[in-house]
Design a protein around this ligand. Structure first.
Ligand code: SF4
Ligand code: SF4
Length: 322
């Protein structure tokens, strides 16, 4: 029964892009035929303390940095115009958010300006010491995901290069204990990206964290454009097999204000604009975004980079949740 409920919830989660696609389509009528993002990613930093084998981080060529405060507040200010019934604001993209010294000031700022929106970030938990644990639990953060791709030291450390299983396990267990003691409601997800090296540990992972976290999220490894780590093999097909909804509801800002195409675009591969020069709506409705959306709707992305090399639509990496 528990398994059926979990699968039902995961399916609902996957349905979110489609729900947002419909919401966006309806909202177009209100906003003069303009697309409006529903989920915003703000990359507070693209520095990371790890070199995970599933992540294109080591291949990233763009400069490293932390988002300057004036760029951050510009994004938040613009979001106040688009908030509607609420946005999802994620403070991660490529990089480790706990390396950002302004992280908690940013969370407080978002929550003071965007009262109907939810704030979240993913972390590898390596830097989750006592001070950061208390800062998170005393902040208005709505939810957090701990990315832990294994249920044993050996498996985990072969995937999450540079991190220590004993440390992250101790940190997360302590966080969960403090959360309980302080009676905090922050929603905690334990996320495992399942690949051929850790799939034998999925059951153990569920046993380890099932009664401690609010949600266990098992996500299938994909190609991430360049990683060749897809659990499905990752071969690209001639014909476009599916549509990707990311450009219809997501908007992602790199730390310097540049706009990414999607979660998989780790290196500003398209160049859609920068928030310092243009507004959110102008960028999100510019010719490049329009061209990509039109091609996606027509399943004709053959000439659209990097989508034409993406195993999400030219392969089987589409539905990634278990
Ligand atoms: S997956 Fe996360 S923790 Fe690992 S290298 Fe990429 S950004 Fe860093
Ligand atoms: S198809 Fe792939 S590259 Fe294109 S927007 Fe979707 S995830 Fe990104």
């Amino acid at each position: 029964m528990k398994g059926i409920i979990a699968r039902f919830k995961a399916n609902l989660y996957f349905a979110v892009p489609f729900r947002n696609y419909i919401i966006n389509t309806l909202r177009n009528m209100q906003f003069n035929s303009q697309y409006i993002p529903k989920v915003i990613h703000i990359e507070v930093t693209n520095y990371c303390n790890a070199r995970c084998i599933l992540c294109p981080y080591p291949k990233m060529k763009r400069p490293k940095g932390f988002m300057p405060w004036h760029i951050f507040t510009r994004i938040v200010d613009e979001c106040t115009q688009l908030e509607g019934a609420g946005l999802e604001i994620n403070l991660h993209k490529d990089g480790e958010p706990l390396m950002d010294s302004l992280l908690f000031k940013r969370i407080a700022h978002i929550k003071s300006k965007l009262k109907k929106s939810r704030t979240h970030f993913n972390t590898n938990a390596m830097l989750l010491n006592e001070e950061k644990t208390l800062s998170i639990l005393n902040s208005p953060l709505d939810s957090i995901t701990f990315s832990v791709d294994g249920a044993s030291k050996e498996t985990y450390e072969n995937i999450r290069i540079g991190l220590k299983y004993d440390v992250i396990e101790k940190n997360i267990l302590h966080f969960l204990k403090m959360k309980k003691e302080m009676n905090k409601r922050i929603h905690v997800t334990m996320q495992m990206v399942m690949n051929k090296d850790n799939m034998h540990e999925v059951s153990r992972y569920k046993e380890l964290w099932g009664d401690k976290a609010d949600r266990i999220f098992i996500k299938k490894a994909h190609n991430f454009l360049v990683q060749k780590t897809s659990i499905h093999g990752g071969e690209l097909t001639e014909k476009q097999l599916s549509r990707c909804m990311q450009p219809f509801y997501l908007m992602l800002f790199y730390w310097n204000g540049d706009v990414a195409l999607c979660c998989w675009d780790y290196d500003n591969l398209v160049g859609l604009g920068n928030i310092e020069n243009e507004s959110i709506l102008t960028i999100y409705n510019n010719d490049k975004f329009k061209e990509i959306r039109n091609a996606m709707e027509g399943k004709s992305c053959k000439n659209i980079k990097p989508c034409n090399a993406c195993s999400q639509i030219y392969g089987k990496d589409g539905p990634m949740w278990e």
